[in-house]
Write a protein that binds this ligand. Structure first.
Ligand code: C5P
Length: 229
């Protein structure tokens, strides 16, 4: 399903918003959980629509929730929204459905989780720099603060060396043709887009992430992010 008359351009943002609300314990998809009095999806949609580096947006909406997503974009006057498509069974399938809406002449694709509402212009700016320096992609990362253990059946098997380990966030930015090629392969078991690009031999740079890009999973996460609004 399509909406709006957003102008196409060089940089497309895809919002993966098709996850279930299961772990939030709500009766609707997570993207429509209430954050600061409006649907969670509104926050990232509004912020990416106002980001000067983003030209066009595609939302991968929860199946059956394409229409409410379009209405939300209209209410926000999010004029860069070109399409709201039904997401798939996995995040990667949802991103693939949104990517299918991106025209061949797009240069850069940013992929963002609706579950990380507090996306800002700063991180988008940081991600763009490596793409102009020969990298295929760029991702925001945070250092790992805790000691990491490999565990089986509630028993520690070993302590994992933390050196060189970071946690990956979204938005993740890619050269559009590279991302398209990466998505033409097997999507099974894929948890972020960068892993597909890495698997295809692409070079992915890291930039400074943002603790406020916390992914909302539990009701506590929702309450915490609400205090940051
Ligand atoms: O489930 P998880 O929180 O890891 O999902 C990360 C992001 O991917 C969320 O924004 C969610 O809406 C999205 N997602 C999706 N399609 C799915 C599963 C998750 O777009 N089938």
């Amino acid at each position: 399903m399509h909406s709006g008359s957003g102008a196409a351009g060089a940089t497309w943002a895809l919002i993966a918003a098709a996850g279930s609300g299961e772990r939030l314990g709500i009766d609707r998809p997570k993207a429509f959980a209430v954050l600061g009095g409006r649907p969670l999806l509104a926050e990232s949609l509004d912020r990416l629509d106002r980001c000067p580096l983003v030209d066009a947006i595609v939302v991968a909406a929860p199946p059956e929730w394409e229409e409410p997503s379009i209405l939300l974009a209209e209410e926000l006057a999010a004029s860069k929204v070109v399409a709201c498509v039904a997401g798939g069974a996995t995040r990667a399938e949802s991103v693939a459905a949104a990517l299918a809406e991106v025209p061949d002449d797009a240069l850069v694709v940013l992929v963002h989780d609706a579950a990380r509402p507090l996306v800002g212009d700063g991180v988008v700016e940081r991600l763009m720099a490596p793409l102009g320096e020969g990298f295929d992609g760029a991702i925001p990362v945070l250092p790992v603060a805790d000691t990491l253990k490999r565990v089986r059946d509630d028993v520690v098997e070993e302590t994992v060396d933390r050196a060189g380990l970071v946690s990956a966030q979204t938005p993740q930015a890619f050269l559009a043709p590279t991302l398209r090629r990466a998505f033409s392969g097997d999507l099974a078991g894929v948890t972020d887009c960068a892993s597909l690009v890495e698997r295809a031999g692409g070079r992915v740079a890291t930039v400074e992430g943002d603790p406020r890009l916390l992914k909302i999973t539990t009701p506590d996460d929702l309450a915490l992010v609400e205090t940051w609004l």
